[in-house]
Write a new protein. Structure first.
Length: 102
């Protein structure tokens, strides 16, 4: 019989750091034709804002030319931008909605 050496194997658990996905700001851009009431409606429908929050963002868009609607991961931001633009076109408004990396 041969003698075999037994070696202990020690397994260590490595911590894997997962990087958070990049986040994107959704911005509404001011124009001279889209009614303020329509912008408020968009903010309420697509960004779940109440009347006060939506009015505040709408006024920011109106006075400063741009307002942040929310910050989301890429897929969600892209979907929301598409939904807002489609809704605006269906209602014959030139409202512009874009996303940019946060």
């Amino acid at each position: 019989m041969t003698k075999s050496g037994s070696e202990a194997v020690i397994l260590t658990q490595e911590k894997i750091k997962q990087k958070s996905p990049p986040m994107y700001k959704i911005l509404l851009l001011n124009d001279d034709f889209t009614p303020m009431e329509f912008v408020i409606e968009v903010l309420k429908i697509f960004f779940s804002m109440n009347q006060e929050q939506a009015t505040r963002i709408m006024l920011k868009v109106h006075t400063e030319g741009v307002g942040v609607c929310g910050i989301y991961p890429s897929d969600i931001a892209n979907t929301k931008v598409s939904q807002v633009v489609k809704f605006a076109r269906i209602n014959q408004h030139p409202l512009r909605c874009v996303m940019e990396e946060n």
